[in-house]
Design a protein around this ligand. Structure first.
Ligand SMILES: [Fe+2]
Ligand SMILES: [Fe+2]
Length: 425
């Protein structure tokens, strides 16, 4: 059974209110502990105690994540404590407001504002913009958080994207992999993506070199090197093993916009039906490197259970082409990174391969090895597999996919556009 993250959070909130446990989620970087020293004669009346004065608020372009039309999230990086709402319009229709309140409270964030849109019509141009204000508290007399203040409304530049259309006869997509915060590679992949103008972009894991601080995460997952990576087309986010590591790894869902904030899901774009699975860590749960903190085997079982039901969904079952995207290849034996029989990907392979084969999945697209390889199906590997992507520019790979009802074509190119692999299924 899968656990909806929102219902989990609402349950944890209930538990916290009954005193069952404290700190259900990691708190933001702000240190509220000074409040216990209230009154603070050393802090001047009128001083900002949370947030700060008005000033430029947006920190790069919004990211449209989903990618399906009925699962769109828009995430706006911010550089100050801020609150706000989103406005969107279908084609030339009127602006409609989307709020992100939770339990009666409007959003308030130092790093990102995240808005989950209602179900959108397929194949339509969606215009969107964010209306936000800085926010914070100042000290008043003995009251440390004495007065809440907001700045002037600021409106982000209007952006637009086209929602995926399951009934379209053609789709194109771009795949990035293992970018690991490499500036040259990110900028080159962005140039290639803008040239292609794909229907969607899929970022297939290892966006980060581990997840250390929340104040760096917008730069890792949303606006790397200040690039507008997914304001003109929706992003499909896939988690890699490095994105499971570090003290802020539990906040990744706050900076990504997957359906239900799960890292396994599916979507359809024209003749292509895509499944995304989360291969988690590249080490087994009992590895000493994880110090008992990994619960990935359980996560693999949840995904297998979800998958076995999901593949019966008509829009998936009827699709001409079915592809699995996952960060760690299901089959690999790399001279530098020996294939493991006990990590999460191996677990998923043993739990899911039969379901995937029976459902007609014809291709796995992965990364992780920092190398590129085309692996046609063979004995012991019942599904073809494409591996590509690396942080270093000389090894980096851009995958360009195109599907029509009659064919599914994948090209792997290096950063100067030279085609290294060209396969049609
Ligand atoms: Fe990697
Ligand atoms: Fe990896």
């Amino acid at each position: 059974m899968t656990v909806d993250r929102r219902s989990f959070l609402s349950k944890t909130a209930v538990a916290a209110s009954t005193g069952a446990f404290l700190a259900a989620r990691p708190t933001a970087a702000q240190d509220y502990s000074d409040y216990s020293k209230d009154p603070r004669p050393d802090v001047a009346d009128g001083a900002w105690t949370v947030g700060g004065p008005d000033g430029p608020l947006f920190a790069g372009s919004a990211v449209v994540s989903g990618p399906a039309a009925d699962e769109i999230c828009v995430l706006q990086p911010v550089q100050r404590l801020a609150t706000g709402f989103l406005e969107y319009a279908v084609e030339d229709g009127p602006w409609q407001r989307v709020d992100a309140d939770n339990d009666g409270l409007a959003p308030l964030s130092e790093h990102v504002l995240k808005f989950r849109l209602p179900v959108l019509p397929p194949g339509k141009l969606i215009r969107h913009r964010i209306v936000a204000r800085t926010a914070g508290w100042i000290k008043v007399r003995q009251f440390y958080h004495g007065e809440f203040k907001v700045g002037q409304s600021q409106i982000s530049p209007e952006c637009s994207f086209r929602t995926l259309d399951p009934s379209s006869t053609k789709t194109t997509f771009a795949v990035w992999n293992d970018t690991h915060e490499n500036e040259v590679t990110l900028k080159a992949l962005d140039r290639l993506t803008n040239k292609l103008k794909p229907d969607f972009m899929l970022w297939n894991g290892d966006q980060s070199n581990d997840v250390h601080f929340e104040n760096q995460m917008a730069g890792q997952f949303l606006a790397p090197e200040g690039l507008a990576i997914a304001d003109k087309w929706p992003l499909a986010y896939v988690r890699g093993n490095h994105d499971c590591r570090g003290p802020a790894a539990r906040s990744v869902a706050d900076f990504t916009g997957t359906p239900g904030d799960r890292f396994y899901y599916a979507f359809r774009s024209g003749p292509l039906a895509a499944i995304v699975l989360d291969t988690g860590e590249d080490k087994p749960d009992d590895s000493p490197y994880l110090s008992g903190m990994g619960a990935f085997q359980k996560m693999a079982r949840e995904q297998a259970e979800w998958l076995s039901e999901f593949v019966k969904t008509p829009w998936f079952a009827e699709a001409p082409h079915k592809v699995l995207f996952c960060h760690i290849p299901l089959w690999f034996d790399h001279p530098r990174i020996p294939g493991s029989t006990s990590n999460v990907a191996a677990n998923i392979r043993s739990l899911c391969a039969d379901t995937l084969v029976a459902a007609g999945v014809k291709l796995v697209i992965s990364g992780h090895t920092h190398d590129y390889l085309w692996m046609p199906k063979k004995d012991g590997q019942p599904i073809a597999q494409l591996i590509g992507g690396a942080p270093r520019p000389e090894y980096a790979i851009f995958i360009h996919g195109e599907a029509t009802p009659g064919h599914l074509n994948l090209k792997m190119v290096n950063l100067d556009g030279t085609v290294l692999t060209d396969v049609t299924l």
